[in-house]
Design a binder for this molecule. Structure first.
Ligand code: S3P
Length: 172
């Protein structure tokens, strides 16, 4: 089986949508780690943050990642903090990890339009919060072997670029 493709990057980078498009194009399974965590926990991500705090969420994130350690051929959308969660990147090291780069202001605009609960961005000034997340996380995101800039680019085109980069990708 081909290596997993793992997408990392800020909230609003398009990881979930692009993973679905890439998986569909390759006839592979898309896995959204946040969905997996919520399913295993029987609660939404927002509820997990409320009841267990961020550290509880990170423990569940590590456990979900560990479940994928021996799987291959997947297209995995990670959560925005996954790359900084100790052990996660290492668990999926035998994957093509791709950083979806996005300008923080654009990420904030995309997230505002999505209505998805993102506890770390709750309250005022999501753009400022995303800028702070980027400052803290960029070094981890840059550990990805490859990058695709998504700023000003639609998800279909981003998916084509990911396909072109990923091993086994049969697209331009
Ligand atoms: C988080 C981002 C979320 C989700 C959780 C924590 C983060 O995923 O994993 O709310 O730390 O940035 P998205 O990147 O899909 O928003």
């Amino acid at each position: 089986m081909p290596r997993n493709i793992v997408l990392v990057g800020l909230p609003g980078a398009g990881k979930t949508t692009v993973a679905r498009l890439v998986a569909a194009a390759l006839g592979r399974q898309a896995v959204d780690l946040d969905d997996m965590i919520a399913e295993r926990a029987g609660r939404s991500i927002a509820e997990i943050f409320e009841t267990l705090g961020e550290s509880g969420f990170r423990a569940l994130e590590r456990a979900a990642t560990d479940e994928l350690r021996h799987r291959d051929g997947l297209v995995v959308a990670t959560g925005g903090g996954w790359a900084t969660n100790p052990g996660c990147m290492e668990a999926l090291a035998a994957s093509d990890v791709i950083y979806l780069v996005v300008d923080p202001d654009e990420a904030a605009a995309r997230v505002a339009g999505q209505g998805t609960a993102r506890p770390l961005l709750a309250g005022a000034d999501a753009a400022q919060k995303i800028r702070e997340l980027l400052a803290r996380r960029e070094a981890s995101y840059l550990l990805a072997g490859q990058r695709v800039d998504t700023t000003g680019v639609g998800t279909e085109i981003v998916a084509e670029r990911v396909l072109a980069l990923a091993s086994g990708g049969s697209h331009p």
